[in-house]
Design a protein around this ligand. Sequence first.
Ligand code: G3P
Length: 219
Amino acid sequence: MKFFLDTANVDEITELASTGLVDGITTNPSLIAASGRNMIEVIKEITGLVDGPVSAEVTATDYDNMVAEGRLLKQIAKNVAVKVPLTFDGLKACKTLADEGTSVNVTLCFSATQALLAAKAGATFISPFAGRLDDIGGVGMELISDIIEVYSNYDFKTEVLVASVRGPLHVLQAARMGADIATVPAAVIKALYKHPLTDKGLEAFISDWEKTGQSILEK
Ligand code: G3P
């Protein structure tokens, strides 16, 4: 499974991209606003921090301006993926941009039928928001399962990009279902590797090693 970081914070991206485990970045208008930066400038900077896709979302809601914004965003860098919302105009814009060879991430997906239409529109990625369904008492990961099942019945090339991830359990469930990508906040990435038994075990190893008086590096 690929891991994308869901952030427009360049410090978070720089820190975690250094692990070599970050396969891409997703942003949205709220994350751009939280960065306090000019959108074009921060997307340009982010595209230089990772080799993988960097999702930059249009803010227009009508077809003509979505396409115009998408064409402009695509010019920022070769690894920009244009994000459009799953609306009637968003699907039309996805089809137009995809037919032009633009990588399109269709976002704000909350049903498998929406995801089916996005795949037919040529989406490169579909972003179902698992966490936001959980937030209203739904079962977000059932949506992911439904989309994977629907897509597996056809030769769609659209990758399932699990979004609105609230913690390691979502990541585990997504991986068990065979989702292509999970886009996660920096804190969730860090929660994936932290375990108290690992820390406790390492502490014991180092303590016992120090009693030997040896050093691997010293001659
Ligand atoms: O960026 C898309 C999605 O991951 C946002 O998730 O946490 O705002 O529900 P969230």
